[in-house]
Design a protein around this ligand. Structure first.
Ligand code: ADP
Ligand code: MG
Length: 685
């Protein structure tokens, strides 16, 4: 139960004046559904303007505030702009220019002969100075001069800066400060503002301390929650699992395990032999062979007389795992069942029965395997695949069925830098598959300018002509969702013109059945080209797909690019990855793409990417879904996470129940950042 004093923060967005059904939708797309979300929608940057009285003092390109007096209206023919000629105090002439059908509005806000304060960017048009679509036009000097610094927020269709700024300001009203949860020594040393002051400051101007403070809050909440999971887990009892090797000996593998696989299996085996439930992360690049490790681990559990479950994030992945595992485990004679939300009727009943009486020792499925209707006789190990989004904690809670806590193995292919491992997985123990199975073909990666689209389509056509398949990936970030979606649809239409019915489209807005059907058609070879937004990231395994085109590659996180690229190069044929880039790339962006060309080592990519971007260029270029954080930037994570982590540990050592004064404050923090599953663990014991 969320503490009452946080209620004002969690009131829904439509309680704000002016938010009706029309505005609610774009707001929702930006993730702004409650008052709290507005407070934490931080500016990407600020426009800074200089007040001038004489346009001669300003330079072209500068953002200024100036008093101008309109002297003449000039419409142009056809679709040309409407201009208002105006003079400053010394008599310099400047045009205020409006495109589109804005003449009526312009005349009304800029009556001839009356001085108005204009805020905008000074440009030049031929010999004449001009301001195109001023940001503000005001009668009051105080209003104009009060807007010398203005936040620029991430927007989406249906919202304007002015509108969003006003809503954020409205949201801030009536929010009281909360008790301080930051350790007093650190708080003083950093010269941070209080939580409430920080919220005001970050929306007013560049204020490093305020921004750091809010980022720190988020990191602290995260560290605390993860530590609580870890602590609660330690207090629980699992089933010690000692296998005798009889099933593992009958697994039929066409290859020898890599050293890294053997090491990881040994680490897992040692963990689950203990009574304390295992909480281990298996980190291994795409293709590094995590599935075998999962199988061997589950077989140990079965040898010890217990049951094991493998949780996959999607229906398709669950099916693929089911097929692979069944094939590999054929010689063992044990039954592996598949259970997803789609299974109904008799087959489902039989599976439920088998899990209940223990005759089915291994189940593979989606989250359906943790529904209440599913009873296990003695589930002792849960393997979670592709756990690359934050959510380990939540999943763990799901796994807390029965008196004994199952051992948990989370597998991720996302190569994340060490600092971020800590942020996302807290103090989980980590096994790394840092050695690829032998014989992997390198993926020929090339960076291609978008102008060469015709060439790209030509080589795609040749490629499909040989009977091989391909992926075409379009970017999709939440801030630009509708635009991105439109772009993906347009690309799909274009590719369909070239390749007809051989093309299928998959994106997050499609209904799951439609998405699955398209994926399945592609996986079965019926479709030759899969156009997709990043949903294929954790998707299919189609060895015949050997070409991947990624559009606007510079907009992806490198870890994401790396993971996408890992979808090809799965069969024996040589594979290619084309990274299409836009024209205007920053130096950093160029180097990031070059790094992709250079190496296929996910761990190296993750570390170097963090380094490349750590030095700035962060605001506004953050990739969605890259970290679990909305407030903290990568730079802040690197700088502040170790502090937050130590602080959290100290707090829990001193006040594990979070019942002291600071503990209570920290509880508020957990709710504020919706890591309240951490608090629930405290209660549940
Ligand atoms: P991941 O899940 O880590 O992306 P998979 O488990 O799907 O990787 O393995 C990728 C491919 O490599 C599979 O075809 C698998 O059979 C093969 N593989 C796994 N381990 C080895 C190994 N030690 N030697 C050769 N091939 C392997
Ligand atoms: Mg896998």
């Amino acid at each position: 139960m969320r503490p009452d004093r946080l209620n004002p923060l969690f009131v829904s967005a439509d309680s704000l004046k002016g938010v009706g059904p029309g505005l609610a939708r774009p707001l929702e797309r930006l993730g702004l559904t409650r008052v709290r979300d507005f407070l934490y929608h931080l500016p990407d940057r600020f426009v800074e303007r200089r007040a001038v009285t004489d346009l001669d003092q300003a330079s072209v390109g500068e953002n200024i505030v100036v008093a101008l007096t309109p002297i003449e209206y000039r419409s142009s023919a056809g679709r040309g702009p409407f201009r208002v000629l105006a003079t400053d105090a010394p008599g310099n002439v400047c045009a205020i220019t409006y495109f589109g059908r804005n003449a009526g509005w312009a005349k009304k806000s800029l009556p001839l002969g009356e001085t108005r304060w204009i805020a905008g960017r000074l440009d030049q048009f031929g010999q004449m100075l001009q301001v195109v679509h001023p940001d503000h036009v005001s009668e009051e000097s105080a209003v104009a001069l009060g807007q010398l610094v203005e936040p620029v927020y991430a927007l989406c269709e249906g919202l304007t800066q002015g509108r969003l700024t006003a809503l954020i300001q409205q949201a801030l009203v009536g929010i009281d400060d909360l008790p301080e949860w930051i350790e007093p020594g650190l708080f003083d040393r950093m010269k941070w503002p209080s939580w409430r002051d920080a919220l005001d400051l970050v929306h007013k101007g560049e204020h490093r301390e305020a921004r750091d403070r809010l980022a720190y809050d988020e990191l602290l909440a995260n560290s605390l929650a993860l530590l609580l999971v870890k602590t609660a887990n330690r207090a629980r009892r699992g089933t010690p699992l000692a296998g005798d090797g009889r099933l593992r000996a009958r697994v039929n593998l066409p290859f020898a395990l890599t050293g890294a696989q053997r090491r990881s299996i040994a680490e897992i085996e040692a963990d689950i032999a203990q009574e304390a439930p295992m909480l281990r992360l298996l980190q291994g690049d795409v293709g590094s062979g995590k599935t075998v490790v999962a199988l061997e681990s589950m077989l140990i559990a079965v040898e010890a007389g217990a049951q094991a479950a493998l949780l996959a994030p999607t229906e398709i992945l669950a099916r693929q795992h089911f097929e692979t595992l069944t094939r590999m485990a054929q010689g063992t004679g044990i039954e592996i069942a598949l259970l997803t939300g789609r299974d109904k009727g008799r087959a489902r009943e039989a599976t439920l029965m088998g899990l209940h009486d223990g005759s089915i020792p291994i189940v593979v499925g989606t989250h359906a395997i943790f529904q209440d209707a599913v009873q296990y006789r003695n589930l002792a190990l849960v393997v979670i695949d592709e756990q690359h989004r934050f959510g380990v904690g939540q999943r763990l809670m799901l796994a807390q069925k029965g008196k004994r806590t199952p051992h948990c193995l989370a597998m991720t292919a996302t190569p994340i830098p060490r600092t971020l491992t800590l942020a996302q997985y807290g103090e989980m123990d980590v096994s790394k598959l840092d050695e690829m199975p032998p014989g992997r073909q390198p993926i020929d990666t090339r960076v291609v300018a978008i102008e060469r689209m015709a060439d790209v389509i030509a080589s795609l056509s040749r490629h499909l002509g040989t009977g091989q398949q391909a992926y075409w990936v379009c970017p999709m970030v939440r801030e630009l969702e509708s635009e991105d979606l439109a772009a993906a649809e347009a690309r799909f239409a274009e590719l369909k013109e070239h390749f007809g019915q051989d093309v299928v489209l998959v994106h997050g807005q499609l209904r799951p059945e439609i998405k699955d059907a398209a994926m399945e058609r592609f996986a079965a070879g019926g479709a030759k080209l899969l156009v997709a937004t990043t949903v294929i990231e954790v998707g299919v395994d189609v060895p015949n797909a050997t070409l991947m085109v990624i559009e606007q590659a510079e907009r992806f996180g490198l870890a994401q690019l790396h993971q996408l690229r890992g979808r090809v190069g799965r069969g024996s044929a040589a594979s290619t990855c084309l990274l299409l880039r836009s024209n205007a790339l920053s130096e950093t962006a160029k180097r990031r793409l070059a790094l992709m060309r250079e190496t296929q080592d996910g761990f190296r990519i993750a570390e170097e990417d963090l380094e490349l971007r750590g030095g700035g260029e962060l605001l506004g270029t953050r990739q969605s879904g890259e970290t679990a954080f909305r407030v903290a930037s990568l730079e802040q994570i690197q700088k502040l996470l170790p502090l937050a982590h130590d602080d959290a540990r100290l707090l829990i050592e001193r006040d594990g129940g979070l019942t002291g004064e600071r503990g209570e404050a920290a509880r508020l923090l957990l709710y504020l950042f919706e890591r309240d599953w951490g608090v629930q663990l405290l209660r549940g014991g």
